[in-house]
Design a protein around this ligand. Structure first.
Ligand code: FES
Length: 273
């Protein structure tokens, strides 16, 4: 009982603090995005034998081992073993005003104690309360990418979305799906802006892994602290010395482009002539 009261106080205190600080915080520095640094994380969470269906487990990600750092609300995630048998792990920070919500097993949904936002536990999409009225993608909880090995051990390997902000879960790819059904073997040109500015090597890896042909690069060289030179955009440009690449025009079959649109590095795909 005392423990429950302490947890409640901690949640309410954390929530009030976050709500009070929210307008003053720097979004860019505060919101945690491990993939932005290109880090590959594979963090063990739990084994399924200790995690029955319709139960929840809260943990820090990425864990540092330092209790002070790991208790930061912006590192808290909730793993849920859904009644369907599927696993989901979402950031615990409510995307309305940053309170910490919880999983309610009887209702099989997430509920936020502050203003009543309710999230679907399968998708992380807000279905009731103020968060449900926020525009896409700020109505959807950031989600961890999970892996389960042969022993039933669950790992978190990355984050989709931005903690406290939301998550894009669909790209605007109706035009590509249409090409896929009418001319699946004909290459299509598309403009692909990146969520984070990539290094040349990260860009080349992404192109190579996905079997894409580059038509144009978009990026820049930092000539000095004040002087920047923009890439010409031609395929033949040498990008190896570029400081950052922010987009590419690529050519590939609709099937490959649809896969590209699903990658966390890609914001969307737009048709090019
Ligand atoms: S902070 Fe969660 S509903 Fe307002």
């Amino acid at each position: 009982m005392a423990g429950a009261r302490r947890n409640l106080l901690r949640t309410v205190f954390g929530a009030s603090l976050l709500a009070t600080l929210a307008p003053f915080l720097s979004w860019g520095g505060f919101l945690f995005r491990p993939e932005a640094k290109g880090e590959r994380i594979r963090q063990r969470i739990i084994n399924l034998k200790d995690f029955p269906v319709n139960s929840k487990y809260t943990f820090p990600f990425p864990a540092t081992g330092d209790p002070m750092v790991d208790s930061d609300p912006f590192r808290q995630y909730i793993l849920v073993h859904l009644p369907s048998g599927d696993l989901r792990a979402f950031s615990k920070v409510c995307i309305h005003l940053w309170c910490l919500y919880d999983y309610i097993p009887e209702k099989r949904e997430f509920q936020c104690p502050c203003h009543g936002s309710v999230y679907n536990a399968d998708t992380g999409v807000a279905v009731r309360g103020p968060a449900a009225f926020q525009p896409y993608p700020t109505n959807t909880l950031p989600e961890l990418v999970l892996e389960v090995d042969g022993d039933g051990t669950v790992y978190a390997t990355g984050l989709k979305g931005r903690v406290g902000y939301g998550r894009e879960y669909r790209a605007e790819t109706a035009w590509l799906q249409q090409r896929q059904s009418t001319a699946p073997n004909t290459p299509v040109k598309a403009y692909a802006p990146f969520r984070d500015l990539l290094t040349p090597q990260e860009t080349l890896d992404l192109i190579q892994k996905n079997g894409l042909q580059v038509v144009k690069w978009y990026g820049y060289f930092d000539k000095s602290a004040r002087e920047r030179e923009w890439l010409t955009g031609e395929t033949t440009a040498d990008i190896t010395n570029a400081t950052r690449i922010y987009a590419v025009d690529v050519s590939a079959t609709p099937e490959r482009l649809l896969k590209l649109a699903d990658l966390p590095q890609v914001i969307t795909l737009m048709p090019r002539q």
